[in-house]
Design a protein around this ligand. Structure first.
Ligand SMILES: C[S@@+](CC[C@H](N)C(=O)[O-])C[C@H]1O[C@@H](n2cnc3c(N)ncnc32)[C@H](O)[C@@H]1O
Length: 199
């Protein structure tokens, strides 16, 4: 049963903190996503929050990582990861307000984009990407709807090549605010464009 308070949180996102997503067990999501970007040249992460994907990179072939989230800082820097230089562009804005060119890989973990306008922009980035990596709670209705919509929108161009459920219930992670629910069953998917290599 979805409680009214959770429905309101789902509609607005205001005041919601997702600290439990930063806990060690839940970093399995970020590591998985980083592994699936290893051959991508340009990665865009939407909703990078306090755990942007570049923090989970090891030695990879990526040249540019753009992260966008109004909850992140704005900066550009070159960072050495392993033996390679990666340009990191962090944009502290909402996706719909930032002018971001297409990237060959799009990542959204903890997917929930409350604004329809922004979700349409997000979908168009997904359509133009070779790889799309999505993760979200399996019992958060808006997330379930958004993942389904992206799979449907991309069905003529992309295959779902990974579709796994992650169960964090044994990790027993508690949020700082006990009234915030923990969504411990999560879906992780990777969509890949038909017959095209990343360039
Ligand atoms: C549930 S949190 C997920 C945080 C992190 N990616 C993770 O999974 O651990 C969703 C994040 O998406 C961001 N977000 C929501 N709408 C957005 C938009 N229109 N543009 C950019 N980021 C957005 C929120 O600010 C929030 O930080």
């Amino acid at each position: 049963m979805i409680k009214l308070k959770n429905l309101l949180l789902e509609m607005t996102d205001d005041g919601v903190e997702w600290d439990y997503l930063l806990s060690e067990p839940y970093t399995a999501r970020n590591h998985l996503a980083a592994a699936w970007c290893k051959d991508s040249k340009k990665v865009l992460e939407v909703g990078s929050y306090k755990n942007p994907i570049y923090k989970f990179y090891t030695e990879q072939n990526t040249k540019l990582i753009t992260v966008v989230d109004s909850k992140t800082e704005t900066f550009e820097k070159n960072e050495k990861i392993g033996s390679k230089n990666v340009k990191i562009s962090s944009i502290g804005e909402k996706l719909e307000d930032a002018k971001i060119t297409d990237h060959d890989t799009v990542v959204a973990l903890g997917l929930h984009i409350p604004s329809r306008e922004s979700f349409e922009v997000f979908k168009s980035h997904c359509q133009n990407a070779n790889i799309v990596i999505l993760e979200g709670a399996i019992n958060w209705p808006a997330t379930v709807r958004q993942i389904s919509e992206i799979i449907e929108t991309l069905s003529q161009s992309h295959n779902v090549i990974v579709d796994i459920t992650l169960d964090f219930s044994n990790s027993n992670v508690k949020p700082l605010n006990p009234s915030i629910p923990v969504y411990d069953k999560r879906r992780f998917i990777v969509l890949k464009i038909y017959g095209k290599q990343n360039d």
